[in-house]
Design a protein around this ligand. Structure first.
Ligand code: NAD
Ligand code: DAU
Length: 334
């Protein structure tokens, strides 16, 4: 079926990778990128896509009139827009309340009014964290237990979506994904920060002991999971997206250094993040079993090498963000 979809946050990291993915996989679809272009959004992330098929609307999801008009004129909304960085949320939580909670509320009201389909993008962080030796992983029945201002606002947004499904009968699905890596990720985030520190001739920065585990997935696999759920997911259901990519931060930094031809132990230990979640791990068996989804990037080293090459070849893209990002880290001592 031909569709016209709105991708909120489509000029950010994961949203823009999704727009490119859908552009390739569904050549008949129209895509409206609805994005406020905050510090994390970038027009360049969707540059080169056909202007007949991909249109950019620069607006805030909290703006009731703008989001209402956009939703009225589409078939479905895929909602990526968010304040997404934990460290920022610890320093300055207010924009997280506005965008992640109030913005999601405005989208819910618009899809309710116009009877449109919604897919809401969320995170595994809503479930809190796991012990390193816990045999269990997060699954759709795991109780919510968020730790940070970021994850608590994402948890709030998920609960709003569930309430609008039950109380108002909107057509919506939710996905909670683990840590993404790949091209176009802002240099504030762990993997691109370390790659670009090395490219700038500085040492990578490891928070605390580095035993914290993240469950890495390539952003292309996140995109294929979201498209699968958008097309085939059951109304009202939550799906977890993950690719069995658990690794601790110390191992990831050492691997980046090794791939980049440096001494794997040449990194700095910096102050730990307050409230730092210890481990995330996703059980994606519902998405595998019910919808037949499979990840393609199962070799983390190969995906990481490709990502490192992308940052090497695209310094024009990341250089303008780098100094201001490191200045922010300097302020908070990390
Ligand atoms: P990002 O910070 O790179 O991009 C966010 C985008 O949203 C930017 O383009 C920004 O301009 C836009 N935006 C922010 N506030 C807005 C507003 N009020 N109105 C309109 N647009 C606004 O984030 P990301 O890492 O690509 O994450 C995208 C989504 O995926 C988020 O919902 C996040 O919670 C979720 N998620 C991220 C990860 C990850 O590893 N990065 C993992 C799981 C889920
Ligand atoms: O799990 C999904 C979440 O993953 C998403 O919901 C978030 O939007 C996304 O930002 C990410 O959150 P994290 O806090 O896990 O990602 P971040 O890249 O900030 O950090 C990853 C790990 O690396 C974390 O344990 C903190 C650590 N870290 C981070 C930075 C920036 C370092 O050791 N050094 C660093 O310089």
């Amino acid at each position: 079926m031909n569709m016209k979809i709105i991708v909120t946050g489509g000029a950010g990291f994961i949203g823009s990778n999704f727009v490119r993915y859908v552009g390739r996989e569904r050549p008949d679809w129209q895509i409206v990128v609805y994005d406020k272009l905050t510090y994390a959004g970038n027009r360049l992330n969707i540059a080169g896509l056909s202007e007949d098929r991909v249109k950019l609307v620069v607006a805030d999801i909290c703006d009731e009139a703008s989001i209402d008009a956009a939703v009225a004129d589409c078939d479905a909304v895929v909602h990526f827009a968010a304040e997404s960085h934990n460290d920022n949320s610890l320093h300055s939580p207010r924009p997280f309340i506005d965008t992640n909670i109030v913005g999601t509320y405005q989208i819910l009201q618009a899809v309710r009014k116009h009877g449109k389909r919604l897919h809401h993008i969320s995170t595994d962080e809503v479930y809190g964290d796991l012990a390193l030796d816990d045999p269990a992983k997060f699954n759709p029945e795991t109780p919510y237990n968020p730790s940070s201002p970021y994850s608590s606002t994402k948890a709030s947004s998920d609960l709003l979506v569930r309430a609008w499904v039950r109380s108002f009968g909107i057509q919506a699905t939710i996905s909670n994904c683990s840590n993404n890596y790949g091209p176009y990720q802002h240099v504030e985030k762990f993997i691109p920060r370390q790659i670009t520190e090395i490219l700038e001739g500085r040492r990578p920065k490891l928070y605390g002991t580095g035993e914290n585990v993240r469950d890495w997935i390539h952003t292309e696999d996140h995109s294929s999971g979201v498209l699968t759920i958008l097309e085939n997911g059951k109304n009202g259901e939550t799906y977890l997206i993950g690719a069995d990519g658990e690794r601790n931060n110390k191992d990831v930094i050492e691997l980046i250094l090794e791939i980049m031809g440096k001494d794997p132990h040449d990194y700095e230990h910096v102050e730990d993040r307050p409230g730092h979640d210890l481990r995330y791990a996703i059980d994606a068996s519902k998405l595998y079993g019910e919808l037949g989804w499979r990840p393609k990037y199962t070799d983390f080293r190969a995906g990481l090498s490709e990502t490192i090459d992308w940052y090497k070849q695209n310094s024009d893209w990341w250089q303008p963000q780098k100094d201001s990002t490191e200045a922010k880290y300097q302020e908070i001592g990390r």
